[in-house]
Ligand binder design. Structure first.
Ligand code: ATP
Ligand code: MG
Length: 428
């Protein structure tokens, strides 16, 4: 695509404007989230977009892609290291502890929505500023909560019109059993070291589970016969995972166990999951989440089990736009006016219709020709045009035209607002 030289300023790479009418898809995604999450007891929380860098390094983990190479970090004027949030969980956990929300009855449930920032290589479905809608549930460790949360996510995605989604689930164990699996995995990987990428060689010594998450084809190949984490779960984790699967079945949610899914953040324990869409191509995960039973304690709060997920709004928007109309709200009426007096009168009438919740527009230039005004109303896809000139004012009437079929008539000016809000609104 050739760049228009007249455009002096552009968005940075990987960052985009969301314009109408696409923005109406975003509003729908957000509104449905509020509606669905609230009946499950989730309340909105709005953490800040900047935090101390430390929070993400400790929370997400030093050996992760996000912390190693994706964070937008800078020093503020006082020399403190600040980071634009790359995800939401760390902030919500910080807020939960900072404001002693654990003193409230459990579970405490929160949802958030907003921009996240990661310095990634931009491509379809992957941006540097992107948006997530996420939820976090604190204070319950039963797998019933895991199942309920995943089912809520499914209901949500269904409610915004997504189909053909698949749920992949896994359990990556806990502090008790993961070290044992780690040993097994290291044993397995030691003979494959030649085949691993340089990143994975580093992960090998510091955080070998990460190797399973690598997208490099050679690494995927090398780890094909790797031991499955689900084979090494302790009795408690096994029971948790077993019950989760049973509850999901009871709720009618189909899923697939994927023992390779370790997720890209270090805080997860036990349950992890992803929702994939077959329609998305390479970046096919629309949502992901899991349990993080140790994080609140690691951040200095009381031991508090927790679980959450985040959905990628850009990817949802892509899926919805490919199927549905992206029409925004439709313009109800356009006041076409001729002359000063009529234009003034229209201002009052427009205001009264807007008070009644109708979107109307009017002509601001009394000298404009009726023809050009009708053309404009047409381009704006107005349902009705209201025509008011000197002649109409004299007679005390206003003409109206239904744009769909061209039907025209007139109504007394004094009856106009009642007439419009009565008969026309109902029929449209
Ligand atoms: P991926 O494997 O695609 O990099 P991730 O594991 O980094 O995903 P999470 O941090 O779990 O993703 O974020 C949850 C969701 O947020 C993802 O499933 C995806 O829909 C979305 N997401 C993550 N990173 C981006 C990005 N750079 N651009 C757009 N959406 C993103
Ligand atoms: Mg990623």
């Amino acid at each position: 695509m050739r760049k228009d030289k007249r455009v002096k300023y552009r968005t940075p790479k990987g960052v985009q404007d969301i314009l109408p009418p696409e923005v109406s898809v975003w509003q729908k995604i957000e509104n449905v989230a509020r509606r669905v999450f609230s009946v499950y007891g989730y309340q909105e929380i709005r953490p800040p977009i900047i935090e101390f860098t430390e929070l993400f390094v400790r929370g997400i983990g030093e050996e992760t892609d996000i912390v190693e190479k994706e964070m937008y970090t800078f020093q503020d004027r006082a020399g403190r290291s600040i980071t634009l949030r790359p995800e939401g969980t760390a902030s919500v956990v910080r807020a939960y502890i900072q404001h002693h929300l654990y003193n409230l009855p459990s579970p405490q449930r929160f949802y958030y929505m907003g921009p996240m920032f990661r310095y990634e290589r931009p491509q379809k479905g992957r941006y540097r500023q992107f948006h997530q809608i996420g939820v976090e549930c604190f204070g319950e460790d039963t797998p019933r909560v895991d199942a309920e949360l995943m089912h809520m996510l499914f209901r949500y995605l269904e409610a915004i019109g997504l189909r053909d989604l698949s749920f992949e689930i896994n359990s990556i164990g806990c502090r008790q059993c993961r070290p044992r699996y780690r040993e097994k995995l290291l044993q397995f990987l030691s003979s494959k070291r030649e085949q691993l990428c340089t990143d994975c060689l580093r992960r090998y010594s510091r955080n070998p589970l990460r190797v399973l998450d690598c997208k490099v084809p050679e690494c995927i190949e090398a780890t094909k016969g790797a031991p499955a984490v689900t084979e090494y779960l302790c009795a408690n984790c096994q029971e948790h995972f077993g019950s989760l699967k049973r509850y999901l079945e009871q709720l009618g949610l189909t899923f697939r166990v994927n023992p390779r899914m370790v997720r890209g953040l270090d805080y997860y324990t036990r349950t992890t999951f992803e929702v994939l869409s077959s329609e998305l191509g390479a970046q096919n995960a629309v949502a992901a989440g899991g349990r993080y039973d140790d994080l609140v304690e690691e951040f200095g709060g009381p031991p508090t089990p927790a679980i959450g997920f985040a959905v990628g709004v850009e990817r949802l928007a892509t899926l919805i736009m490919e199927r549905a109309d992206t029409e925004g709200p439709r313009l109800f009426g356009y006041f076409a006016t001729l002359g000063e007096r009529a234009t003034e009168e229209a201002m009052g009438l427009a205001s009264r219709l807007r008070d009644r919740g109708l979107w109307v527009e009017m002509n601001y230039r009394p000298e404009a020709s009726l023809k050009s005004q009708l053309r404009k109303a047409n381009r704006m896809k107005a349902m009705y045009v209201f025509i008011l000139g000197e002649e109409e004012i004299q007679k005390g009437v206003i003409r109206y035209k239904r744009m769909d079929d061209g039907f025209q008539s007139e109504v007394k000016l004094s009856d106009f607002v009642a007439f419009i809000t009565g008969s026309m609104v109902q029929e449209s």
